[in-house]
Design a protein around this ligand. Structure first.
Ligand SMILES: [Zn+2]
Length: 212
């Protein structure tokens, strides 16, 4: 009885919302029935610039893209929990030594309050029991990719990332995490830097993939 009361109070203080349609849910649910039915059964396989494989459970469209926009631009770090669970449930993690993420320029990260890719990687790491490590930094600020056209996106990311913790990269099978793959230039550039630092094998995973 006491627990039920506590749950009801918690529920009204912190209403649980569906990560995709933002409808209120019971305390123990993460996704509503309607949205759950819309989750694709197969993952999307893409290639980054430079040809590295990238797997994503969701297409970047409709309510899935609304969720990513909310996660990224509307101060909603809590969405990492459910989005990471979807990635963990749909992607194979065999033969991965370390999880890492696409870093943000420090000033932009401070302004947003968090790096959404890092939050996803950290939660995934807990869910699949593979360590998450900081392997890259973004040392140059550039224009945000989504504000540029296809051609500009290619050159915009060139030379803005640097490898750190090189001894943790060398020979390792790395899973690189981001929230979304659109052109694949950002992930491709990060993979190029990790390869240059002698990574063993690199695969990428994102929550959403833009379908061409
Ligand atoms: Zn929903």
């Amino acid at each position: 009885m006491k627990n039920k009361f506590l749950r009801a109070v918690l529920c009204s203080l912190y209403p649980n919302i569906c990560v995709f349609c933002f409808k209120r849910l019971p305390f123990d649910k993460l996704i509503c029935f309607g949205c759950k039915k819309l989750l694709p059964e197969t993952v999307i396989n893409r290639r980054t610039a430079g040809g590295y494989p990238c797997v994503s459970p969701l297409p970047y469209m409709d309510r899935f893209s609304d969720s990513i926009k909310m996660f990224k631009f509307k101060n909603s770090p809590q969405l990492a929990e459910t989005l990471a669970k979807i990635v963990a449930n749909r992607i194979k993690f065999d033969g991965i030594d370390v999880i890492t993420y696409v870093p943000m320029f420090i000033k932009r990260e401070r302004k947003r309050g968090y790096n959404q890719a890092k939050l996803l990687a950290l939660r995934l790491s807990e869910l699949v029991h593979i360590p998450c490590e900081d392997l890259l930094v973004k040392f140059k600020d550039n224009k945000e990719q989504h504000t540029l056209n296809q051609k500009e996106r290619k050159t915009n990311v060139r030379g803005v990332y640097r490898a750190i913790n090189q001894e943790r990269i060398k020979g390792k099978r790395i899973l690189l995490i981001d929230d979304i793959i659109t052109t694949g230039n950002t992930l491709g550039e990060c993979c190029r830097i990790l390869t240059r630092a002698k990574a063993g094998r690199i695969t990428c995973a994102t929550v959403c993939a833009k379908i061409k």
